[in-house]
Every structure is written in structure tokens, then in C-alpha cells.
Ligand binder design. Structure first.
Ligand SMILES: Cc1cc2nc3c(=O)[nH]c(=O)nc-3n(C[C@H](O)[C@H](O)[C@H](O)COP(=O)(O)OP(=O)(O)OC[C@H]3O[C@@H](n4cnc5c(N)ncnc54)[C@H](O)[C@@H]3O)c2cc1C
Length: 293
């Protein structure tokens, strides 16, 4: 776990109690800083803005959601937040956390500018705690290494959820769906039952009046990664279809477009990879394509 020691006015979100404490702290405060432009940071920025606070988000990467989303989705959420007057500081590093008498008073960025605020939410991700696993001689990298049945390197010891890293996978998946799916796989292995079918991991995020649904993993390390936008049926709705190095569909991210999400998820679950040009063509009948496959 990445820790920031306890100043008054500084929060992380790990447990429901953290969320309640943040909610209580909002009253009477006007300005918040969020460090981290990932899903948690952006969801908190949207919630605090809706509660009437002025919010500044500091992100050190060159775009929001850089670790998890396509550039098109990053750009969409940057515009969404800016349209609600969230201050975005992209490519910026927080050099110093400012305090007075044990209370948070603001941050200083690496360009020397200061942001004065009364609340700080730190959403910079987590590191898995691997001490227990390592002390048991279990192999670990950036997570406990497991096979497709969640079996670790030590017989009869399994790992599931956020902490598990499937051998060969580029990253650990941190989502409710993944926790449930990996639990089902481990349970089947322990009971000697058939493994549930592998399905594409999925995730959602709600910010302001927008719901994002995504399925699959955007293979951001792929040099030949290609993206295709597809307009949705609802006003303002669209989906982004990402294709990896092998030319196969790898992920679908849908904004205000549940139908696009459902069809994308089906394609991923069934191993279908519609042609990139077809996806960009509004007249292409994706539903019929999926039904026929
Ligand atoms: C603020 C926030 C928002 C999120 N929003 C979403 C979302 O919108 N959609 C989504 O899909 N996912 C979301 N997630 C991610 C999702 O919550 C996690 O992926 C999921 O909870 C992982 O489940 P888990 O069982 O692996 O780990 P956890 O839920 O972290 O549970 C692990 C438990 O094990 C306990 N534990 C740890 N070490 C030990 C030990 N040595 N002995 C005994 N107990 C131990 C911990 O205290 C904890 O209770 C969010 C996460 C956060 C923090």
C-alpha cells in the first residue's frame, strides 16, 4: 500500500470509512486537490465538484487515465471535467504538500506554482502487500503469480482478486468482476469442477452525468495499437474499439452507450474481432454480425 502520513485534511479511499470521513470533511470547505487522474481520483473530483467545491486534479502522466484507457477516452474525460470547471494539471508533479499546524493547506507543483486548498485526496494506486506470500515461499512479481486456475507456485495455495497476477499477464486487474471471476476459478479448481469459461474483464465508472463501461484490457504497451470510434444510438454516446498488435479486438470502452458496450463485451467473450473499418461504419449491423457468429 502507498501511504501518506496523517495530516488533517488528507484522505485516501480504501474502505467505506474513508469515504464517510471524506464526506464529513467536505462541509465548510471550498477547495480540494486530488492527486492522481485515474478512475478514483476523477470520480472523487466529480463528486466534490457536484458538492460545490472547487477541485484541482494533478496528474503526472501526459493524459488522464493513461494506465487504463484509450487516448480517446482520456480526452473525453478531460473535456468533461474542464466543462465542469475542474482544474486539470496534466504532466505535473506535486513537489511538496503544504501544511500549517498539522493541517493540509495546499500543494506546490514542480513548476513552482502553488494551489491553496483545505482538502487533499490521494488516488495514486496501490501496491500489493506480498510479505505473507513471500514468507511462505510463494513466487511473486507485482502480485502473487498464479496460473489460469489461480494456483500459486506452492501447491494448494491459491490467490485471487487484486493481489493475483496471472503468469504472463502484463498487469494485475483491480475490479469487482475480476475478484468474482478469479474466486470462481479457484473454487472450481479446489473442488475439482470444470473451470468457468474465461470472459473479458469489465469495469465501469461514473463521473458527473456520464457512465463509462469498458470490457477487455486496452493493451497500452502495444506499438501497433489501433483505436476505432463508433457512434452510439443515444445522444452523445459512442464506443472506442481497441485492437492490439495481432490485429485482434482487445478492448471496448463505451460512453453513454450500453448497447455498444454489450455488443463489444459479446465480441470479446466469443473471441470475435469485427473489422476495424466496419466498426467505424455506422451502417454496419454489429448486432447481426454478433448474432450470425
Ligand atoms: C475507492 C475505490 C473504488 C473502486 N471502484 C470500483 C468500481 O467502480 N468498479 C470495480 O469493478 N472495482 C472498483 N474498485 C476495485 C474493487 O473494489 C477491488 O478490485 C475489489 O474489492 C478487489 O477485491 P479483493 O477481494 O481482491 O480485495 P479487497 O476488496 O481489498 O479485500 C481484501 C481483504 O483482505 C483483507 N486482508 C488483507 N491482508 C490480510 C491478511 N494478511 N489477513 C487477513 N485479511 C487480510 C483486507 O483487509 C481486505 O478486507 C474500487 C476500489 C476502490 C478502493
Amino acid at each position: 500500500m502507498r501511504r501518506l502520513t496523517g495530516l488533517d485534511g488528507v484522505f485516501v479511499l480504501r474502505h467505506p470509512d474513508d469515504a464517510h470521513a471524506l464526506r464529513e470533511a467536505v462541509s465548510g470547505r471550498q477547495h480540494a486537490v486530488v492527486i492522481g487522474g485515474g478512475y478514483i481520483g476523477l470520480e472523487v473530483a466529480a463528486s466534490l465538484t457536484k458538492l460545490g467545491l472547487r477541485v484541482d486534479v494533478i496528474e503526472m502522466a501526459d493524459r488522464l487515465l493513461a494506465r487504463v484507457a484509450s487516448p480517446q477516452i482520456s480526452a473525453f474525460f478531460a473535456e468533461l471535467h474542464q466543462s465542469h470547471e475542474v482544474g486539470l494539471h496534466i504532466g505535473a508533479n506535486c513537489q511538496e504538500i503544504l501544511q500549517k499546524d498539522g493541517a493540509f493547506t495546499g500543494v506546490q507543483l514542480d513548476d513552482g506554482s502553488q494551489i491553496v486548498a483545505e482538502l487533499l485526496l490521494v488516488g495514486i494506486g496501490v501496491l500489493p502487500d506480498l510479505e505473507l506470500a513471500k514468507s511462505a515461499g510463494i513466487m511473486a512479481g507485482n502480485g502473487i503469480l498464479v496460473d489460469a486456475m489461480m494456483q500459486s507456485s506452492v501447491q494448494d495455495i491459491f490467490a485471487i482478486g487484486d493481489v493475483a497476477l496471472i503468469d504472463g499477464a502484463a498487469l494485475r486487474i483491480e475490479s469487482v468482476d475480476n475478484a468474482q471471476m478469479t474466486a470462481a476459478r479457484a473454487a472450481a479448481a479446489i473442488c475439482g469442477l470444470a473451470q468457468p469459461a474465461m470472459t473479458a474483464p469489465w469495469f465501469w465508472s461514473e463521473q458527473f452525468d456520464v457512465r463509462l463501461q469498458s470490457a477487455g484490457i486496452v493493451p497500452l504497451a502495444s506499438p501497433d495499437l489501433r483505436h476505432q470510434m463508433r457512434p452510439g444510438k443515444r445522444e452523445g454516446g459512442f464506443s472506442v474499439w481497441s485492437y492490439g498488435d495481432n490485429g485482434e479486438l482487445a478492448a471496448v470502452e463505451a460512453v453513454r452507450d450500453p448497447a455498444g458496450y454489450m455488443l463489444g463485451k459479446k465480441c470479446l467473450d466469443l473471441g470475435l474481432s469485427p473489422d476495424l473499418d466496419d466498426i467505424g461504419n455506422c451502417d454496419f449491423d454489429l448486432k447481426a454480425f454478433v448474432a450470425a457468429s
